[in-house]
Design a protein around this ligand. Structure first.
Ligand code: DSN
Length: 432
């Protein structure tokens, strides 16, 4: 194939992806979101071509005087939003934030109390991920399977018995508030540090609909910055302990990050300012939408987790679709209809169920950002019902999904500015 044909094909794939996922799908992956046009303008910056190892004003490269100021300011804005004394925004992903924090607070051979993977933990908290690779020994806290939540009394007992070095809370599958206060008290008795991985719910914490783990006794928040918090893809660490901050800062660079993708920084700052101004209404609408979608799915015969407690307190809705063919088959059929979700293991799945587990994880943070509200959740539930329960032809449903999705063309919960003009004024690469 000639270079020109390769180029055409590559550009065609980009166009197909952008049209499909950007304009024609109902995106319900719980770990994704979309940045605002203003954040995009700031993101596509000359800073994406530059290097700046180390901390602001103490770099290993010349040419960073403005990047230093940006990083310094954004670290402060970000920390203030979460009422933390310190933030390190250099981790390039949530997993890198976790790796850094685990390495700062524990060493090989130490025990780490963790939530089991079928209880919703992220893989980086497990023996298969970075926690295991650093030589930490996971000991699993008991869970309440039908709520995908921690059993508070069991967790406290385990922490008192095992005296782990660290306790890792937060999760990738999370429908209810975790008992951070009780667990932090027990951890403090045995000298364990509590790390809360807020990747999924960071935007809900910013919007004050999920309790701030630092206020409840956690020592550190690790996070990604692009799920319910609708920023550029990346990671961050927050703490109010000077001692922990200093340990972490010495590990981010030179251990886990060299250059920290500098164009992210100002984009993260703009997102933090969006959340400062619009976060409360955005987060409240996310939770209302998740509850409404859960109720509508339940009333259409779906098995929705957390029924006894109102289904959800986050952006997520968890379905057990074993009786509908299993998570993999359901996710594939929904994809044919342009409804994007992911299959998920549930606590009662066996290892042999991994390829087609019982669960489907749904997140409503992105559709909320596109302006959907409770009435729209009825439509979304009906689309899912038509594919999964009524077994309508997904091609027919897809046409209706595309028509419905075209009504949502503007990103909400962002500043009302002329983005084209702003892009020109700041010299964004989008304007050249
Ligand atoms: N794997 C992501 C999720 O979907 O939750 C987190 O890294």
């Amino acid at each position: 194939m000639s270079g020109d044909d390769e180029l055409d094909n590559l550009l065609k794939l980009v166009r197909l992806h952008n049209t499909w996922r950007g304009k024609e799908c109902i995106n319900l992956i719980a770990s994704e979101n979309v940045t605002s046009p203003l954040v995009d303008a700031v993101y596509f910056s000359d800073a994406m071509h530059r290097y700046a190892e180390g901390l602001p004003f103490k770099r290993f490269y010349q040419g960073t005087k403005y990047v230093d100021e940006i990083e310094d300011r954004v670290s402060r804005i970000f920390a203030e939003l979460f009422k933390a004394r310190y933030s390190d925004i250099r981790a390039v992903s949530g997993t890198i934030a976790n790796a850094t924090t685990f390495a700062a607070l524990a060493k090989g051979g130490d025990e780490a109390a963790v939530i089991p993977l079928p209880g919703g933990a992220h893989v980086s908290h497990s023996k298969y991920g970075i926690l295991g690779r650093l030589g930490l020994q996971p000991v699993e806290v008991p869970i309440i399977p039908e709520e995908l939540g921690i059993d508070p009394e069991g967790a406290v007992k385990l922490i008192r018995e095992r005296s782990p070095k660290i306790v890792v809370l937060g999760a990738s599958v999370i429908i209810f508030h975790q008992p951070v206060k009780e667990i932090s008290e027990a951890a403090s008795e045995v000298g364990a540090k509590v790390i809360f991985d807020a990747a999924h719910i960071l935007g809900l914490i910013a919007g004050q609909v999920y309790p701030n783990p630092l206020a409840e006794g956690a020592d550190v928040i690790t996070t990604s910055t692009h799920k319910t918090f609708p920023g550029p893809q990346g990671g961050a660490i927050l703490t109010s302990s000077e001692e922990i901050y200093e340990k972490i800062a010495k590990i981010v660079f030179p251990v886990f990050v060299s250059n920290h993708h500098l164009h992210r920084l100002a984009a993260l700052g703009v997102t933090a300012l969006e959340m400062k101004k619009f976060g409360k209404s955005y987060a409240a609408q996310i939770v209302k939408n998740a509850r409404k979608l859960a109720e509508e799915l339940h009333s259409r015969g779906f098995k929705v987790l957390g029924e006894g407690r109102g289904f959800t307190e986050t952006h997520q809705v968890l379905l057990d679709v074993k009786g509908d063919g299993g998570g993999a088959r359901v996710a594939e059929s929904l994809e044919e209809a342009n409804i994007i979700v992911n299959k998920n293991i549930l606590p009662w799945d066996k290892p042999s169920d991994i390829a087609n587990p019982s669960g489907i994880r749904i997140g409503v943070q992105e559709v909320t950002r596109w302006g959907m509200s409770e009435g729209d959740m009825i439509e979304v539930a009906e689309f899912i019902y038509r594919v999964v329960k009524r077994r309508d032809d997904p091609n027919m449903v897809r046409e209706d999904v595309i028509r419905f999705r075209k009504e949502f063309t503007r990103i909400h919960y962002t500043f009302d500015v002329d983005v084209k003009r702003a892009a020109e004024e700041i010299g964004s690469l989008l304007s050249r």
